[in-house]
Design a protein around this ligand. Structure first.
Ligand SMILES: Cc1cc2nc3c(=O)[nH]c(=O)nc-3n(C[C@H](O)[C@H](O)[C@H](O)COP(=O)(O)OP(=O)(O)OC[C@H]3O[C@@H](n4cnc5c(N)ncnc54)[C@H](O)[C@@H]3O)c2cc1C
Length: 429
């Protein structure tokens, strides 16, 4: 299968002489001293998600040697809806992966969003893709696959089934103990830069910054994102739909080239119980009493889908994303929750900005400070609006639910004629 890599770190790919020298010298098999090679800087990227791959590409473009380690034994596939905002599209272009994402072939430009109420009536509404910033909707796996294309062609040292077991900081630099999860074997290696792009529950963050409890603020909601076998009966392929009541919601997102994906959300004070009882029981408990056929169809699909993600949601808030020459990136650093719609955008932006800073600033400490300052300014703005977007995804009480529906239905009446015009234009072109 494409994307599957050998588990053992010593059997990762060695594609060119530079990498061969580096790996051999690191593994102490041969002591290689090659003029030029020793001048190159080495980075370890932990995590092969969007943030990790974007960072790896950014650093590689700046001339760095990059090693990527990934806990899983293979590249992740399968996806859920991800809205890509202009900043993410711009970052994808700067990383050189925009064409590979193929937005035009994937994202529905003239989607209609329907709000279904508790009585099963449909109302024209405004949806995610009607945001004034005009995001495009793709699958997370579309972005990952496009980044992978470049990573696969440019990064020689990718190790699956490997995690950072410890990170130590000494006067001479920083070292990381890498553990092969299949054999339990460990080896210490040194890098000029460590990028922790290992997601919400980051191990790098736990080793080098603070424990999860200190960094993650739970937003007391559960999500189940999944692929539908087919569009909800009675809706056109390009229709989006939403059912939103106080404390619970169901969304369906369409694509140009793929079956729709669904998203169940419900608020709860007892995350642990939901995680313990699991997806099917949790969804049944939260939505089992909803008689609306669209929601029942979604429940049946969620139970049988090949791909689903069932998890709690939380933001990461941490005063520093950098300790010495170890940095955090993407969800590990600033997870904004899926409600912000900015996770993939900010992950790609973070990698692009990092690469640009280290390319133009020879002093690594100054480059990392510049990267953090630039990203902090962007993330601060997104964090402010994430709470509002949370209410739009799943209102917290009846008053906000009524307000939300009223506003979105009014907006839906405005966007409807524009969408209709676009549909005619698309049909004629
Ligand atoms: C349902 C849903 C909808 C979303 N919608 C949007 C949206 O509309 N717009 C948007 O921009 N974003 C959205 N997001 C968020 C977005 O998907 C993420 O923010 C984005 O993918 C960035 O992820 P990441 O690379 O930082 O982390 P992850 O995707 O979590 O990747 C982390 C990687 O690190 C690996 N890893 C973990 N621990 C270790 C370890 N110890 N050692 C080695 N490897 C490790 C993991 O296996 C994984 O491959 C959504 C998220 C969800 C769940």
């Amino acid at each position: 299968m494409r994307g599957t890599r050998p588990v053992c770190q010593t059997t990762s790919r060695i594609r060119n002489f530079t990498t061969l020298c580096r790996i051999l010298s690191r593994h102490s098999v041969v002591n290689v001293v090659t003029k030029g090679v020793s001048m190159e800087k080495n980075a370890l990227v932990v995590g092969l998600g969007i943030a990790g791959m974007a960072s790896a590409i950014g650093l590689r473009k700046a001339g760095w040697n990059v090693t990527i380690i990934e806990r899983s034994d293979r590249r992740r596939t399968g996806g859920y809806f991800v809205g890509l905002f202009p900043e993410g599209i711009d970052a994808a272009a700067r990383l050189g992966v925009l064409d590979a994402i193929g937005i035009d072939a994937r994202s529905v430009r003239d989607s209609r969003t329907w709000e279904v109420d508790a009585a099963g009536r449909r109302h024209r509404s405004a949806g995610f893709l009607d945001d004034p910033k005009r995001p495009v909707g793709v699958l997370r796996s579309d972005i990952e696959a496009s980044l992978w294309e470049t990573v696969d062609n440019t990064i020689d040292d990718i190790r699956f089934g490997v995690i950072p077991a410890a990170i130590s900081f000494g006067p001479a630099g920083q070292a990381v103990t890498l553990r092969d999860t299949s054999t339990g074997g460990e080896r210490e290696e040194e890098f000029d830069l460590i990028v922790g792009a290992d997601g919400l529950r980051s191990t790098v963050r736990a080793h080098a910054f603070a424990d999860h409890e200190t960094c993650i603020q739970q937003w007391k909601s559960m999500i189940c994102a999944f692929e539908l076998d087919d569009q909800v009966p009675g809706y056109a392929d390009r229709d989006a739909l939403v059912f939103a009541e106080p404390g619970r919601a169901f969304w369906v997102f369409p694509y140009e080239d793929h079956n729709p994906t669904g998203l169940f959300i419900f608020r709860t004070d007892d995350i642990d119980t939901q995680l313990r009882i699991g997806r099917d029981a949790a969804l049944e408990g939260a939505f089992g009493d909803v008689s609306v056929p669209e929601v029942q169809y979604g429940l049946a699909q969620a139970r049988t889908t090949e791909f689903s993600l069932f998890d709690s949601t939380g933001i990461v808030d941490i005063p520093e994303w950098r300790r010495s020459r170890t940095i955090l990136m993407g969800d590990a650093a600033w997870c904004l929750t899926l409600y912000s719609g900015m996770g993939a955008t900010s992950a790609m932006l973070g990698g692009a900005v990092l690469g640009e800073w280290v390319a133009r600033e020879s002093d690594l400490d100054r480059a990392l400070t510049g990267w953090e300052q630039e990203m902090r300014a962007f993330i601060r703005r997104q964090r402010l609006i994430a709470r509002i977007k949370y209410e739009i995804f799943v209102p917290s009480n009846r008053f906000r639910a009524v307000l939300r529906s009223g506003m979105l239905r009014a907006a839906g009446r405005t966007v409807a004629p524009i969408a209709a015009r676009n549909r005619v234009r698309n049909a004629l072109s």
